[in-house]
Design a protein around this ligand. Structure first.
Ligand code: CUA
Length: 316
């Protein structure tokens, strides 16, 4: 039973021990090799200690003592550690191999992820907090930040890599199976560090191409029922910080919301993307996400907030 409890941490959408990517497989393999080897070393050391305890009081022959010191004290530990060292070094080039045709730039912000796809031969496509990746293809991530240090980590796919002000780091990931995974910020970056997550959906390449084409297009023409929401969004100045391509909202400070409704979560991976949660986020972001740069709009009439939340729900 205790073992079952321990092993529940080894599965799920955010586990380095349930790999769904080439890089994560190397990391998991190294982890298990190190765990088994250190288990063997632990048993050997305990065996030697109990042997020594049992022999207490009996004199050692000169030859026996030297043999024990040479073998158990030098030769065996050196051999074991050398094997582990070379095994680890052999995996390193696999993790550093240069990237594939698809490049994705991710910028850490307090407390969300700005995402820009650079498809070969096409214009960049901006999104936020939700990655979609093609299965079986190497993707090169360039990682940066303008505020503080963040760290980009999708445990099931590989990584992690820090985002450091003033430089761009590179990370290559190659998903090996489709599915939904979770990424998180792995560097303490402020009050809402723990609320800085993102989703990763790994799909077949054809589905990925279709998604990217949809993502590149501006928001679809607004349905008449949702027009009040778009008007309220613009009238309250939301467009000064957020972009919704195809509307007058052109801000560059907060997340791009052009296809918000196609993302599974809002608030950088912390709330399910429902009308109720979108409204709550607009009204009480200061409580939901402490220290976020977005001010809470709880003073707006509830009907207006509901209209904005409903309109955002049409941005597929
Ligand atoms: Cu960003 Cu922690």
């Amino acid at each position: 039973m205790p073992l079952a409890g321990l092993l529940t941490g080894c599965g799920g959408v955010q586990s380095a021990l349930d790999p769904a990517g080439f890089e994560a497989e190397q990391v998991a393999r190294l982890f298990w090799a190190m765990l088994i080897a250190s288990g063997v070393i632990w048993v050997l050391v305990l065996g030697l200690a109990s042997y020594a305890a049992r022999r207490r009081g009996q004199p050692w022959s000169q030859q026996g003592a030297s043999r024990l010191i040479v073998w158990a004290g030098a030769v065996v530990p050196t051999l074991l550690l050398a094997v582990l060292l070379f095994y680890g070094l052999r995996l390193m080039p696999e993790l550093r191999a240069p990237g594939g045709p698809l490049r994705v730039h991710v910028e850490g912000e307090q407390f969300w992820w700005r995402v820009r796809y650079h498809p070969p031969g096409g214009a960049p496509v901006e999104s936020a907090n939700a990655l979609v990746l093609p299965v079986g293809q190497r993707v090169e991530f360039s990682l940066s930040t303008r505020d503080v240090i963040h760290s980009f980590w999708v445990p099931a796919l590989g990584g992690k890599m820090d985002m450091i002000p003033g430089r761009t780091n590179r990370l290559v990931l190659e998903p090996t199976r489709t599915g939904e995974f979770r990424g998180a910020c792995a560097e303490l970056c402020g009050a809402s560090h723990a609320l800085m997550a993102f989703t990763v959906r790994v799909v077949e390449p054809a589905e990925f191409e279709a998604w990217l084409a949809r993502e590149a297009a501006p928001a679809a023409a607004v349905e008449p029922a949702a027009q009040a929401g778009e008007a309220a969004f613009l009238a309250n100045g939301c467009g000064a910080c957020h972009s919704v391509r195809g509307t007058a909202a052109r801000g560059d400070i907060g997340p791009d919301l052009t296809h918000l409704a196609s993302r599974p979560t809002i608030g950088a991976g912390i709330l399910e993307n429902s009308a109720e949660n979108r409204a709550a986020f607009i009204a009480r972001v200061d409580q939901i996400k402490p220290s976020a740069r977005m001010p809470a709009y709880g003073t707006l009439p509830e009907t207006e907030i509901a209209a904005i939340a409903a309109w955002l729900g049409t941005l597929r």
